[in-house]
Design a protein around this ligand. Sequence first.
Ligand code: FE2
Ligand code: FE2
Length: 398
Amino acid sequence: MNTPLDSIRNILPVHVRNRVDGLMEAADIFASMKSPSVMRAIAPSAVRGLLFSAGKHSDTSDMPASHSAHFNWAYPHDHPEMLELYERAKLGQWNGSDLPWHTSVDPLNAEIPVAPIDLIDLNVAKSMGIKFEGKEHMRMVHSMASWMLSQFLHGEQGALLASAQVTESVKFYDGKLYGATQVMDEARHVEVFQRYITEKLGKMYHINDNLFVIIDALMTDSRWDLKFLGMQIMVEGLALGAFGFLYQSTKEPLLKELLKYVIQDEARHVHYGVLALKEHINYGISKSERNEREDWAYEVALLMRNRFMAYEVYEEWYDGTSVTRSQWRELIMNSPGMQRFRKTMFTRLVPNIREIGLLSDRIRPHYEQAGLGIYFAGQAAPEVTGEQMVTELDRESA
Ligand SMILES: [Fe+2]
Ligand SMILES: [Fe+2]
């Protein structure tokens, strides 16, 4: 039903309507934050990312760091499980240059699609008056695949810099050794995604505003455990789900091979995050601090779930046309491919939030309301290795 506000909005020119829509969405994010301390922690990043789109105006961003670098001159082997991960990580190193880069990729070939062709569904689009002629739909699939992989790439750069910060600030000596392998892993991920995007897709998008907010928030927060929570559990956990989605659905062999390797590294990273946080959250902080982290994780999860709307693709295709930003959002929300994508993103994340102790009875109803309750019982990182994860993905898609 149309509200009086909708009626006013509908008579505005499309570009004004789009601006209002963007501001309303940002206001909505602030309004939905229930915890004042979470709001205080995220607000400066949200202003930079959502209101000023700081990630889009320049090719570079400087985020001031305020954490402490922690040294230990006694070199105690203080965490055997982290040491074991370190050994596994040394053995699991691979060289991005060895991937089959000679593979020829045609992102417009509907026979070997890079990403599912129903990421933008033709029938849903048609019902909204958006038509695709001839090769246009495959060009749209190409845009969506490039957008998705560009966000993976930007997330990987966030992971590269955040894992370096985390290696400095973590209190476990064994964690520092392991952390160094993650820094190398993330550098390799940046390398392979950037190479795939530039050599095979020929199209790169700016960082999504919501992803910028999350990276900005955790890079500038001085608390080491929030950095861990933000990067190792939230961003990496979502990425692991998203990589799994694309691994299962792509028909393009080079991308599939690339993702297979990346997923196995990421499984170790999330495992490390769980090891580092589990004890700390359950025994190392007060109840109010735990509640704050629980709220923070929930807000970040929603920020990612609700706002992964590919507006960067909208701006490229429809800015200045009669298609509005809110129509685009509806198209994204209702296209089966994007629905599966959003769903899969959470399969790895929610069980890890449970595992580290941030899914108490206080917050569970909120996750349930957001439709995320179905993931409560899933496998957490320590219960499944990267190899098992890939085998499981293969079995599901067979
Ligand atoms: Fe990574
Ligand atoms: Fe990672």
